[in-house]
Design a protein around this ligand. Structure first.
Ligand code: PLP
Length: 394
């Protein structure tokens, strides 16, 4: 059997007719930027996430970067301020910080959750700390009450990198039945009211950056991103910054950039947003099978969170002989990926941080392997993956 890590063609086919109809509507409209499709998606996405505002931007990196840039324009951040960020994250979380002349302070994760370790954060706070960026890595909710309390205590901005966790909630006693498809109510105006009793990631901090890179849980058919926030002023500055620095035509308050979500991507995303909870429920179903059946003592699984708190963008396992496991699975036709082989502080572009010793982060980057996971993965494929893993010998 051949099992792809992620088969985007079959993911698109899940809602293919609706997606094609939405694209045709945009093509026929003759309006490709700053139009009704983007406005509609922004409104629906803000409602889904549970924030007052959503600003569509070009991609996830720009979403994070524009949040920080906007805080600088608003006088809440300045060059040299420190932003605490998990050391085990995709490079974009860190790039957003450094490209704004801010200083990343790398926080170790917990090995069992793979998420930022809130018990280590207070010791990292200095006079220059102004923000914490949490990353809901792999689709797992990274927020904790303790993080919220620290932000209040030290008056820090809380920024969420929600690139990997669309649809995830924060709720300690999460019960999946509270947040799933059963709660989605569709009507003629074609949208749902999320009845989740838990707040969603993307609404937990002061602002959140989202990526709609095609492989994400809510993926476009090209690049796309968004910022969600309850802060009107921040949303307005981000909208101007992404529009060359202008809020009125040919009047430039800021030295801005061009970062926008186009009409085609917005129309596709609006269709996929309607199916997001259903697609996430499928991921959760596959993940439950992995959790219940992977029993190889040489393959460790991260702590199992409630489905409310995990939308399984990635299903990571940890293995001391990760590369051997990956080759073995490949020989059996199973494609896996590594998220990520090298930690940001060990990348050539961040030589200035290469002296840091972050043993938990480094171990995760050495041992992590991502199993096939997507809304179109079949149970037969999942069974085959589990059988092969259980037969793997060190
Ligand atoms: C955690 C994280 N942050 C930021 C990004 C950047 O998003 P984009 O690729 O849309 O720029 C990604 C994804 O690529 C990501 O996984």
């Amino acid at each position: 059997m051949q099992v792809n890590f992620l088969d985007l063609k079959s993911v698109t086919e899940l809602h293919g007719d609706e997606i094609k109809a939405a694209i045709n509507n945009v093509v026929d409209s003759g309006w490709y930027l700053h139009g009704e499709a983007t406005r509609q998606f922004e409104e629906n996405f803000a409602r889904y996430i549970g924030t007052k505002y959503c600003v569509g931007v070009g991609n996830g990196l720009e979403a994070l970067s524009l949040i920080l840039r906007a805080y600088k324009e608003l006088g809440k951040l300045k060059d040299g301020d420190e932003v605490i960020v998990p050391a085990n994250t995709f490079i974009a979380s860190v790039l957003a910080i450094t490209e704004n002349n801010l200083v990343p302070v790398f926080a170790e994760p917990r090995f069992d959750t793979l998420l930022i370790d809130d018990s280590r954060l207070e010791s990292l706070i200095t006079e220059r700390t102004r923000a914490i960026m949490i990353v809901h890595l792999y689709g797992r909710c990274a927020y904790t009450d303790r993080i919220g309390e620290l932000c209040n205590k030290y008056n820090l901005l809380l920024i969420e990198d929600n690139a990997q966790a669309h649809g995830c909630c924060f709720g300690v006693d999460g019960n999946p039945s509270d947040v799933h498809t059963a709660d989605i109510c569709q009507n003629d105006s074609s949208f749902f009211i999320p009845h989740s009793s838990f707040p969603r990631t993307g609404s937990l901090g002061h602002a959140a950056g989202h990526s709609f890179y095609p492989g994400k849980n809510l993926g476009a058919m090209g690049d796309g991103g968004a910022v969600t926030t309850d802060d009107k002023e921040l949303a307005e500055v981000i909208r101007s910054l992404g529009n060359y620095g202008s809020s009125a035509k040919y009047v430039y308050k800021y030295k801005g950039e061009n970062s926008r979500l186009d009409e085609l991507q917005a129309a596709v995303l609006d269709v996929k947003l309607k199916h997001l909870d259903e697609d996430n429920a499928h991921r959760q179903h596959i993940a439950a099978y992995y959790y219940d059946n992977i029993s190889n003592p040489n393959v460790a699984l991260p702590v199992r969170l409630s489905d409310a708190n995990n939308v399984y963008h990635i299903f990571p396992v940890l293995c001391e002989r990760r590369d051997a496991l990956q080759s073995y699975l490949k020989e059996h036709g199973i494609q896996t990926l590594i998220h990520y082989p090298v930690a940001p502080h060990q990348q050539e572009c961040y030589k200035e941080y290469s002296h840091l010793s972050l043993p938990i982060t480094e171990r995760i980057h050495r041992e992590e392997l991502s199993l096939p996971m997507s809304p179109s993965l079949t149970m037969d494929e999942a069974r085959y993956v589990v059988d092969c893993i259980n037969d793997f010998e060190l």
